[in-house]
Design a protein around this ligand. Structure first.
Ligand code: NAD
Ligand code: FES
Length: 281
């Protein structure tokens, strides 16, 4: 069992957990993830490691309550335990001094962009962060992103905070202003990552995205996480999760992620119903 050291909501339905996992905390690198099972008979959920503290032996994950298992996890509190935490999994982010690196986080994707932005800063890059959310209350890790940025921008779709517009509009403005950008990392919803790739492609800016296909074992055995990159099949759990944005087949990824939509909704609804019956709202 893995003990939860702290658990706090960052926004509605989005919770940050610090979990005791000393071996993972020691080994993990930016861009890697863990697979979590809330209960021993539960679903396996891949979650990117947002941060770690090797001294304390803890890792940090940020969870959006989307399906049954993530909602179940978000009901856990400090002092509770999680059945399994397996990792670190996946290929770490490729970090070097590119020059000027832009790290873009869309919504919950910011939690995944953060460790890589931090590593890019530590490698000597001039780091620009663009942190987008639908509205002010959903802006995540503002202070953490600022701390690893030379320039930090917040965007909101409704203009309630920071720049009014999508992350891609801010990126386009930066490019149009003549800023020389050498590298872009974009993590968030699939339409956002595709839109970022479309903005950078004409300028030949190296762009990397982190893909979130359905995963099961997380070790390259089941084939559940297959994605198409440069017309080749890759397994996101071992070949990725980061890939060249200009070579990713985003339509294929979106289609595959919808395969179990119906079952996921049914399981989520049944879970909510059971919680209500037991007076857990
Ligand atoms: P969201 O829908 O609130 O979008 C976040 C930001 O992304 C927006 O504020 C906007 O700036 C930008 N964006 C969204 N659509 C865009 C478009 N069409 N063009 C340009 N920019 C766009 O995000 P959310 O609700 O936090 O995230 C939900 C989705 O993100 C889920 O489907 C989840 O699976 C996915 N996700 C992906 C990853 C990953 O590893 N790639 C990580 C976390 C979440
Ligand atoms: Fe099974 Fe990647 S999750 S091969």
């Amino acid at each position: 069992m893995y003990r939860i050291v702290s658990a706090i909501f960052l926004a509605e339905n989005i919770k940050k957990f610090e979990i005791e996992a000393p071996m993972i905390a020691k080994k993990r690198k930016a861009g890697q993830f863990v697979i979590v099972r809330v209960e021993s008979n539960g679903e396996r959920v891949p979650l990117t490691i947002a941060d770690s503290d090797p001294e304390k032996g803890t890792i940090t994950i940020i969870v959006q309550g989307a399906g049954k298992s993530t909602r179940e996890l978000n009901r856990k509190e400090a002092g509770d335990s999680i059945a399994d935490v397996v990792g670190p999994l996946g290929t770490p982010s490729h970090i070097e001094n590119f020059g000027t690196a832009v790290s873009i986080g869309g919504g919950v994707g910011t939690a995944i962009a953060y460790p890589t932005a931090k590593a890019l800063k530590e490698a000597g890059n001039y780091v620009i962060t663009i942190n987008g959310a639908r509205t002010k209350e959903l802006v995540l890790l503002e202070d953490e992103m600022k701390a690893c940025s030379d320039e930090a921008y917040i965007t909101t779709d409704d203009g309630s905070y920071g720049y009014n517009g999508f992350v891609t509009q801010k990126l386009q403005e930066l490019i149009d202003s003549g800023k020389k950008i050498d590298f872009v990392l974009a993590i968030g919803p699939i339409p956002m990552m595709k839109a970022v790739a479309d903005v950078t492609r004409p300028h030949g800016i190296k762009t990397v995205v982190s893909l979130n296909p359905i995963m099961i074992d997380g070790t390259g055995m089941c084939g559940g996480c297959r994605v198409t990159v440069n017309n080749e099949i890759k397994f996101a759990c071992i070949d990725g999760p980061e890939f060249d944005a200009h070579q990713v087949d985003f339509k294929n990824l979106a289609d595959r992620n919808r395969i179990y939509q119906h079952e996921e909704k049914e399981a989520g609804d049944a879970f909510e119903h059971a919680c209500k019956l037991h007076g857990q709202g």
